[in-house]
Ligand binder design. Structure first.
Ligand code: NAD
Ligand code: UD1
Length: 331
């Protein structure tokens, strides 16, 4: 099978490309390098012995996207490309709507033209908004009280894909709702290296560990959780990457939706302790104000992915911390 991976030089995309190549898939990457580096393609080659064809193309360039699709002869597309910085999306909503939604529409138009009928989409647990429970199953309502324009783009794209699957009964779509991806490749050669100031916990922990930031601000310790700090379902990026292979192997006409998470909740203080244990060093932190839009606690109910895709997480927070530290030491 030949797969086009949009956003394939990014954090989750690059780990997925490695797993796809290891499993015998043929892969091409499309990315505009807005949040990644072309050198990732060389790292992928180093890890797999295969250098995937790389198209430096912006999905907002409709004609260039069509050309890649026409020439590629793809069996499926995995669509990671998008902007994902939550705070930035609040400041620049139009840029986020344009990039994520128009980019996806251009991709869909190109797929239609070329007769490509399978799409795996990177969605997020953020589409559940604030559903009033901590354990998320796929049948919870989506779209209500989503905290950011970024999150709304994920919800809107899900709806667009559902509509297209009604219109075209041959269209096969997987909506994969990720929980909180962390960690790096076990080689320490691939990891998360965002351009600009990160928003997410692990990249900030990494910057504090490197001394680039003086300390971590823990956003609130008075939540109704086990230690007062927020609880999330952190998932090792390699487990997440493998979830995409499980999805590809189980595609059928229509829309299928899966949570990709571990089912376990970990607090911010537990994450700090896990990092300290793995690194053997103290991580400076202070308790700060709550961050607007944060929910106290949520985690996946990952049963559907296990039952229908045969997929579950295998790596632990400890593995993720050890791999992150290997990556940190390389860069
Ligand atoms: P990332 O920023 O590392 O990767 C996204 C890639 O898309 C980048 O390489 C970027 O250059 C590329 N891109 C962005 N806009 C593009 C465009 N218009 N044309 C071509 N390429 C473009 O992010 P990631 O963490 O690997 O996330 C991948 C996907 O998963 C994103 O859609 C993200 O929203 C989604 N997701 C991520 C998380 C997370 O916590 N990392 C959680 C849930 C969902
Ligand atoms: C955030 C986004 C969500 C997005 C997800 C993955 C918000 C409100 N939500 O989720 O839409 O899908 O990232 O990209 O931004 N924390 C600190 N200090 C920090 C950073 C984070 O204490 O400097 C805490 C947060 O309060 C949170 C936890 O760490 O409880 C994880 O934060 P983060 O990595 O940003 O993920 P989410 O908040 O789950």
């Amino acid at each position: 099978m030949k797969i086009l991976v949009t956003g394939g030089t990014g954090y989750i995309g690059s780990h997925t490309v490695v797993e796809l190549l290891k499993d015998g898939y043929e892969v091409e990457i499309l990315d505009n390098l807005a949040n990644s580096k072309a050198s990732v393609v060389d790292v992928i080659e180093e890890l797999t012995g295969i250098k995937p064809k790389f198209h430096q193309v912006d999905l907002l360039d409709k004609e260039a996207t069509k050309k890649v699709m026409q020439e590629g002869g793809f069996d499926a597309v995995i669509h990671f490309a998008g902007l994902k910085a939550v705070a930035e999306s609040v400041e620049q909503p139009l840029r986020y709507y344009e990039n994520n939604i128009i980019g996806t529409l251009n991709l869909l138009a190109a797929m239609k033209d070329a007769g490509v009928k399978r799409l795996v989409f990177s969605s997020s647990a953020t589409v559940y908004g604030d559903p009033g429970k901590n354990a998320y199953t796929e049948d919870l309502p989506t779209g209500q009280n989503i905290a950011s324009p970024y999150g709304k783009t994920k919800y809107m794209i899900e709806e667009i894909l559902k509509d297209e699957a009604v219109a075209d009964p041959e269209f096969e779509v997987m909506l994969l709702r990720y929980f909180n991806p962390i960690g790096a490749h076990e080689s320490g050669k691939l990891g998360e290296d965002p351009n600009g100031r990160p928003n997410n916990l692990m990249p900030i922990i990494m910057k504090v560990a490197k001394g680039e930031y003086p300390e971590l601000s823990v956003y609130g310790n008075d939540y109704p959780t086990k230690d007062g700090t927020c609880v999330r379902d952190y998932i090792h990026v390699v487990d997440l990457a493998k979830g995409h292979l499980a999805a590809l192997k189980n595609m059928k006409p229509g829309v299928k939706i899966y949570n990709l998470g571990s089912g376990k909740g970990t607090s911010v203080l537990e994450m700090i302790a896990a990092f300290e244990k793995a690194s053997g060093e103290k991580l400076p932190y202070k308790i700060a104000e709550r961050r607007a839009g944060d929910l106290p606690e949520f985690y996946a109910v990952p049963t559907k992915a296990l039952e229908e895709l045969g997929w579950k997480t295998e790596l632990t927070i400890e593995d993720a911390m050890n791999d992150t530290i290997k990556y940190l030491n390389n860069f």
